[in-house]
Design a protein around this ligand. Structure first.
Ligand code: ADP
Ligand code: MG
Ligand code: ZN
Length: 612
């Protein structure tokens, strides 16, 4: 604050200097004429030296015969002729002088009086005013801490409608109904139905929760208030509860209205679990939200919409009937939805004729809406980088991998030997994948390094999968081993390039045994209960709820899965040695093989895929 004050004072002084400068120019002429006394003026008039006299106020401007200028001052009230006569100017001499009396123009007169007297007072006043104002905003800010930063509907400029949200059919239907409740409550009340109070949007990050809420704002035509739960507890301790109260109050005043609390998990975590004891800020805020939700009577037409990607950590009290009793689940988009989302985000982008969104959608299982939006953007950047005026399919496919694995690193210098090892390693993955019935088809094999991977084999499921079977897992493990085995059989040595494969294979095998009950010996049960540390929201510790003996058995079973996968991969690589050779050599030459090229190369070897 004091810094500001100094700045202000500096400004005032500066303006003052500028003002006085300007005024001094206006009021006084640049070259200051000599000032003479009235007596001298009298003498000059009498001796006929004076050509013209201009009187304005008490100022007398004199022009002499020799064109030089002079000034004089008279008493303000006295008339000029009178004064001169009194001083002894002769009648005749005066007649020879061109005498002009100018009535002083208003502003000049007032400026002459006011500026010297009033300006300092004004400036001092201004300084005081600024000081007070600053002190006051400080105080006001202190009082404003408890006010919510509730924003009315706007959500940025552009209006989002349901048509801008692809897929999410059920979620949209549910929300359309909610809006209908607000617009036409009687229809529901006549049937004895209660208006829902809270609707919880649940979905992984990037599945479109915020987007959908914006669409509700765009469609509903009722006031839509929007706050992010983290704003409840920003900065200062102790304001969460009052901000919550304020937010609900604002919404109630505007009813019928929708209040949207984004990322509610920021405050809605289970109570009594966080750090800072049972009385921390977040808990108080949560309590207040509960109180406010209960405080709505049935006539209050306010619906609270909230979004979270962690419904599992929400306090159960929030989910009780009468609070957030409706849950709308936003799934990751399926194949068709992905195509739709891509189309929506392609709308303002120039596209080449070869663009096939279906193919891109097929390559992107597990992508969220946000990933797909990002993908389209990356595609556009890729096209711009190559100075093309439109986006082609290649740009999109390249972006898929970029989003998945990071940017290509063509420049990474690798020796010919390393290149060869990578080629055989990747060929190993690919050939094993092609030789197993339950493995996903290979979409691409490459030895161009990308992100952290030296090369990679892209396999994708043919169709959307929600459940996975043991035989699929077994195939997957064998494919993971494929790289390792190929290196070993080709070079008789192994490199660090397989370490990530081994790590993933071990983790997967452990899951098969301890989580999915897929081990024959240990049978259908799970081992170890994972605990979550609530304030981190992450699994950090797995409690060992089994004996040392079982632990040993688990290790044995994991080893069995890995061993079996290894044998399987080895069997395939041994029988398909020629195919492996062919693929690896082609990779060394071309660096990348697309799906069709890859399977064409394998045709002569007549591989008959094994069932696992
Ligand atoms: P979150 O669920 O994390 O709140 P957002 O709603 O912020 O996700 O989504 C992020 C971005 O992803 C959106 O701005 C939008 O561009 C895109 N997006 C996500 N889902 C969809 C969808 N179903 N249709 C169209 N775009 C989507
Ligand atoms: Mg969001
Ligand atoms: Zn590998």
């Amino acid at each position: 604050m004091s810094k500001n004050l100094y700045k202000n004072i500096l400004w005032i002084v500066l303006t003052f200097i500028i003002f006085s400068f300007v005024f001094s120019f206006l009021i006084e002429p640049t070259a200051k004429p000599k000032e003479i006394s009235m007596g001298e003026l009298t003498r000059k008039i009498n001796s006929g030296e004076v050509n013209q006299i201009k009187v304005s106020g008490d100022e007398i401007k004199i022009e002499l015969k020799d064109k030089s200028q002079a000034t004089a001052k008279k008493e303000n009230e006295a008339g000029i002729t009178e004064t001169l006569k009194n001083l002894g100017v002769s009648e005749t001499a005066l007649q020879n002088v061109d005498l002009k009396v100018e009535s002083q123009s208003g502003w000049q007169f007032w400026a002459g009086i006011l500026i010297p007297t009033l300006l300092p007072i004004l400036i001092i006043g201004l300084i005081f005013w600024m000081m007070f104002r600053q002190a006051k905003t400080g105080v006001n800010q202190a009082f404003n801490f408890g006010r919510s930063n509730l924003r009315l509907s706007t959500f940025g400029k552009e209006k989002i409608l349901f048509k801008d949200v692809a897929g999410l059919k059920e979620a949209k239907e549910e929300l359309v109904e909610v809006v209908e409740f607000l617009k036409n409550p009687k229809k529901f009340q006549d049937l004895g139905a209660k208006i829902p109070r809270g609707v919880l949007l649940v979905g992984l990050p990037g599945t479109g929760k915020t987007l959908l809420a914006r669409a509700v704002a765009g469609e509903s035509n009722v006031p839509f208030f929007h706050i992010s739960a983290s704003e409840f507890v920003e900065m200062f301790v102790g304001v969460g509860a009052s901000r919550t109260r304020d937010a609900f109050l604002t919404a109630k005043k505007a009813s019928p209205a929708i209040l949207f609390i984004d990322e509610i998990d920021a405050v809605g975590r289970q109570r009594g679990a966080g750090l800072g004891g049972g009385n921390d800020e977040r808990e108080q805020t949560l309590n207040q939200i509960l109180v406010e939700l209960d405080g709505f009577d049935r006539e209050t037409r306010v619906i609270v919409l909230a979004a979270t990607n962690r419904p599992d950590i929400l306090d159960p009290a929030l989910l009780r009937p009468g609070r957030f009793d409706r849950r709308v689940i936003l799934d990751l988009p399926d194949l068709n939805d992905r195509e739709e989302i891509l189309k929506i985000h392609a709308q303002e982008k120039p596209l080449g004729k070869d663009i096939d969104f279906k193919k891109v959608a097929q390559r992107t299982p597990g992508f969220s809406g946000a990933d797909l939006a990002n993908l389209m953007n990356e595609g556009a950047i890729q096209a711009a980088r190559q100075n093309r005026k439109f986006i082609i399919q290649e740009d999109l496919l390249e972006s898929v991998e970029k989003v998945l694995l990071g940017p290509e690193r063509r420049s990474r210098a690798i020796s010919p030997k390393e290149k060869e090892i990578t080629a055989y390693h990747e060929a190993g993955h690919a050939v094993v994948a092609a030789s197993l019935k339950n493995s996903d088809p290979v979409h691409k094999v490459t030895i161009i390094s990308r992100g952290l991977a030296g090369g990679y084999t892209l396999k994708l499921p043919i169709e959307e999968r929600h459940l996975r079977t043991k035989s699929q897992f077994v195939s997957e493990l064998a494919v993971m081993m494929g790289g390792f085995v190929a290196e070993k059989t080709t070079f008789g040595d192994i490199s660090t390039g397989a370490s990530n494969d081994l790590k993933e294979a071990s983790e997967l095998a452990r899951k098969l045994v301890t989580k999915y009950g897929m081990s024959e010996t240990l049978g259908p049960r799970t081992f170890g209960s994972t605990e979550e540390l609530i304030f981190l929201g992450r699994e950090i510790a797995t409690e060992k709820n089994y004996s040392e003996k079982t632990a040993m058995k688990i290790d044995e079973e994991i080893a069995k899965f890995i061993g079996h996968a290894y044998d399987l991969a080895q069997k395939i690589i041994k029988t398909q040695k020629k195919a492996l050779e062919k693929i690896a050599q082609t990779l060394l030459e071309k660096e990348t093989l697309e799906q069709d090229d890859f399977y064409n190369l394998l045709k002569p070897f007549k591989i008959r895929p094994l069932a696992t």
